[in-house]
Design a protein around this ligand. Structure first.
Ligand code: FES
Length: 115
């Protein structure tokens, strides 16, 4: 089963097995990983599941956030002052579905999901 490593804002890493077909948000919730809320259950309406994909994995997870993700994230995530854009590696973890190729995925979690 593919493994995901969640790194909290203090740098503490938690590795969990997440089944193929499951999403990264549920992988955290089902394994009591703190730092992801997933309030809407993956319906793409809350943005409380955001994470920052490790640089080594940004392409493998399907690239940057989709248009729908970015619209939702723009309401809650700090914008880059210079670019006026979201961090290039920010994603909604409910929109990342595990595949065998994602074994070893590393995601970083923000200090808080609610503003
Ligand atoms: S869980 Fe709500 S947008 Fe991901």
């Amino acid at each position: 089963m593919p493994k995901v490593t969640y790194i909290d804002h203090h740098g503490m890493a938690t590795g969990v097995d997440v089944p193929v077909g499951e999403n990264v948000m549920r992988g955290a919730l089902y394994n009591n990983v703190e730092g992801i809320a997933g309030e809407c259950g993956g319906a793409l309406s809350c943005a409380t599941c955001r994470c920052y994909v490790d640089d080594a994995w940004t392409v493998k997870v399907g690239g940057p956030a989709s248009h729908e993700e970015r619209e939702l994230l723009a309401d809650v995530v700090e914008l880059d002052a210079a670019e006026g854009a979201l961090a290039r590696n920010v994603r909604l973890s409910c929109q990342i579905t595990m595949t065998p190729a994602l074994d070893g995925l590393v995601v970083h979690l923000p200090a808080k999901q609610f503003f």
